[in-house]
Design a protein around this ligand. Structure first.
Ligand SMILES: [Cu+2]
Length: 118
């Protein structure tokens, strides 16, 4: 008797050693232009950071990440926002050196300071 042997051809998978070439594609999109932009986050009934130092000409943007509306109101009235709802923003560009204390008109215990240096 002839034994037909089924030859299982093992297809040898040549493992392609893919050399992990380190591409320079840095995923971090660093949009932080050193020149004139800074951000304050509003959450948990607080400004963060509560005190911020910026250079003259810096546009500061506040973003409310909280469900409760807030305002950004300078103590001296030099600037104020309307009620900023959740995910809303308010921006102000500081062109004069000085220390600007501000608060939330809805929650007066929320305070912050922007120090502008020339
Ligand atoms: Cu508030």
């Amino acid at each position: 008797m002839v034994w037909k042997r089924t030859v299982l051809a093992l297809s040898v998978l040549s493992l392609l050693a893919v050399s992990c070439t380190t591409t320079d594609g840095e995923p971090s999109d660093s949009n932080t232009s050193s020149s004139s932009a800074s951000n304050v986050t509003i959450d948990n009934f607080a400004f963060g950071p509560s005190s911020l130092e910026v250079g003259v000409g810096t546009e500061v943007t506040w973003t409310n990440e909280q469900g409760s509306p807030h305002t950004i109101t300078a103590d001296d009235g030099s600037f104020t926002s309307d009620n900023v709802a959740k995910d809303g923003t308010f921006s102000f560009t500081f062109v004069t050196p000085g220390t600007y204390a501000y608060h939330c008109e809805i929650h007066p215990n929320m305070t912050g300071t922007i120090t502008v240096s020339g």
